[in-house]
Design a protein around this ligand. Sequence first.
Ligand code: HEC
Length: 242
Amino acid sequence: MQPSIFSITGFARPGTSPGHSLDRHRQSRCPNTGAGRIHRYRLFALSVALALATTRAVSAAPPAKASNASVEYATQLTPIYSDASLSQQIGTLSPSSELHLQADITPSAAEPFSIDGWFQQGNEQSLFLDKGKRIVVAALSRPPKGYEKLGEAKDDYDNVWVHARLNAYVNPQSLTGDQATVWQHAATLYQARCSACHAVHKPAEFTANQWPGILSIMARNAALRPDELALITEYLQTHAKP
Ligand code: HEC
C-alpha cells in the first residue's frame, strides 16, 4: 500500500502549546489544561479521526477498475452485442460514450447496459448525443430491434428526432468510470497528431457539425487510424463551438 499524505485541520484548546508532548499525558493531570481523564479521551478521539482520515485518503485513490459505478464511459471504439455471450455484434460505441450499467462490474463478464441518444427519424442506425448535433454515440450495423422510445422532438430544420434508449451487452474491458481520462488522452493525441503542419485549431473554432467534414480531409493528412480518428472527432465535437 502507498503511504498517503493528508492534512488535518482542527481546533486546539486555548493554552495547549505545540510542545505539549505525549509524555506529559502519562501524568494523571495534564499540566497545561489541568484535565485528567477527559483530556485523554480527546487524544483518543483525535487518533480515531486520524485513522479514519487515513482510510478515506486510501480509498479515495482511483480504483484500477470502478467496481460498483453504474455510469461508465467507452475509452475507444467499443463493439456492442445483442446477447450475453457476445456473439452477435450489433454496432460500435464511440469513445467517451456514456453507458448505464445495470449491475456492478464483474471483470471479464458481459455487462448488460443501456445508452441514451437521439435517432433522426428514418435513420435509426446512428445514435447521436443530441437532436440536430451529429456527435455519434453509437453506430449500429442495422436498425435496432427493441429500443425504448423516450420522446420525440424537432430540430431547427424541422427534422423529427426520436429520443431513444438502447439496451445491449458489452465487454467491460474498454470502459472507465472517469470520463476525464478519456478527454486527457484525446487532447494529448490531438496535440501530437494535428500540429505537424499548422498550430492546432481550438476545438471551439468550429461547431460540432462542422468538425467531421474537416476531419475527413485532415485524417488523411495525419494518417489517423480509425480509433484515433474516432477519439479526436468526439473530443473536438464535444468541446466545439455551441
Ligand atoms: C500534412 C499536414 C497536415 C496535418 C498533419 C494536418 N493538417 Fe490541418 N491543414 C493542413 C493544410 C495544408 C491546411 C490548409 C488547407 C486546407 O484547408 O486544406 C489545413 C487546414 C486545417 C484546418 C482549417 C480548415 C478551415 O476550413 O479553415 C483545420 C481546422 C485543420 N487543418 C485541422 C487539422 C486536424 C484536426 C488535424 C489532425 C487530424 C490536422 N489538421 C492535421 C495540413 C495538415
